[in-house]
Design a binder for this molecule. Structure first.
Ligand code: AMP
Ligand code: MG
Length: 390
């Protein structure tokens, strides 16, 4: 049996980032940059107004000005401003030559072609050329995951065919003679296959919808034949332990995989297996859904982070346990599905006490894992892994 820390080191040393490929901006959400995004010009490209109002010269003082024209957004100013002159201007429009300050229209009185300005503040209401980015500046480095904010940046600089890390192709096999589809009504001895839906949801939360899932009976030959293929990651649910029907690791050996570990000091999820064959990686995950959930977040997710060139999301916050409960240090490294909330302006964690790792219902509302190990302090606080890292 190895520690979770050593298991994570082995995963890191055996998983390398996938290559990049050109993709469409519309399909880039949730994916990771394989090449940096550079600014294609100066932003803004010229001095622009941030307000609707009137533009006057930079050295002008409050007083009366004659209005000589107007600049709308998208237009190129056709006149320059002389002393005592102003132009009507709108948000986003280019500042005409000679213009140095925009006065909000609320602060201006207009009579015919003349305006009076009684006072103005220090704010010039101008975004100056290049103040947000210069040509060639790195806006987003390699390894950035593209959320809504980053997608906006790509659109702004016209990066419509970004180079993105190829999405891992994932093959999932849910093993077990007892499994039926969630659409079916199980007989007394059967159960619905929860893990296929769970894994699909976990992967889509990581921005990876590239999953092919099949239910397989407990038969090593069928399992091995379905496991063969051109995928990057093979996930076998169930059959992880040492029972008569646990064929996971055996099937991987048949397929020429090298097993790097098959027992981790981890609760739930001890019989987690990790193996590789060339660039392909495989996990056999103990079948209970809570074990699946925990194994995914503490080990399998790391493999996806490595494949996608993302930094490891493995930072723990020390949080107070809601209700002042204490945890006892435990040599078996345990991860309690938990919920982190804000109480009186502070983050607190409420571990969910599961009765068995088959108790899927105890997962409801989980957004964190509370880690209890031999070093855990007995002071009402616990190391907490947020599942949606900051
Ligand atoms: P195993 O790892 O195959 O020994 O399975 C451990 C427990 O998890 C058994 O009670 C299985 O019935 C259950 N289990 C296995 N696969 C699934 C699945 N896909 N969905 C829900 N429960 C499962
Ligand atoms: Mg089984």
């Amino acid at each position: 049996m190895i520690s979770l820390e050593d298991a994570r080191k082995l995963i890191c040393s055996h998983v390398a980032p996938l290559p990049g490929e050109l993709a469409n901006l519309a399909q880039a959400g949730g994916r990771v940059l394989a090449a940096a995004i550079l600014s294609d010009g100066a932003y803004p490209s010229g001095d622009r107004s941030t307000m609707d109002g009137y533009v006057i010269g930079g050295n002008e003082l409050p007083g009366k000005f004659s209005v000589i024209g107007e600049v709308a957004a998208g237009a190129t100013p056709d006149k320059s401003l002389e002393k005592g002159q102003a132009m009507r201007i709108f948000t986003g429009a280019l500042i005409p030559k000679g213009g140095g300050r925009v006065i909000m229209q609320e602060d201006v009185e207009r009579a015919g072609d003349e305006i009076s300005i009684s006072s103005f503040s220090g704010n010039r209401f101008i975004r100056t050329k290049g103040s947000e980015a210069q040509t060639g500046e790195i806006l987003l480095p390699v390894g950035t995951r593209l959320g809504a904010a980053e997608i906006a940046i790509l659109a702004q600089v016209g990066a419509v065919r970004p180079s993105l890390i190829r999405q891992p192709r994932v093959r999932h096999l849910a093993t077990g003679d007892e499994l039926v589809a969630p659409t079916q009504t199980p007989t007394l001895g059967q159960i619905r296959d929860t893990n296929s839906s769970l894994l699909a949801a976990l992967l889509s939360e990581m921005g990876n919808p590239n999953l092919e899932s099949t239910r397989v009976a407990d038969d090593p030959a069928t399992l091995a034949s379905l496991a063969e293929g051109d995928w990057d990651v093979l996930l076998i649910s169930g059959g992880a332990s040492v029972g008569d029907y646990d064929f996971g690791a055996e099937s991987l050996r048949r397929l020429g995989f090298e097993i790097h570990f098959s027992k981790v000091n981890l609760r739930p999820g001890k019989p987690l297996t990790f193996a590789t064959r060339g660039h392909q990686i495989a996990f056999v995950i103990p079948g209970n859904p809570v074990s699946h959930f925990v194994c995914f977040h503490v080990a399998i997710r790391l493999a996806f982070e490595r494949l996608c060139g993302l930094p490891e999301a493995w930072d723990f916050l020390t949080l107070e346990i809601a209700g002042g409960e204490e945890v006892k240090p435990d040599p078996r490294e345990t991860f309690w599905p938990s919920r982190v909330t804000i109480q009186n302006g502070k983050l607190v964690i409420s571990p969910k006490r599961w009765s068995t790792s088959g108790d899927t219902f105890s997962l409801a509302g989980t957004n964190a894992l509370a880690r209890v190990n031999a070093e855990s302090p007995s002071n009402g606080s616990v190391q907490s892994l947020l599942l949606h890292p900051l």
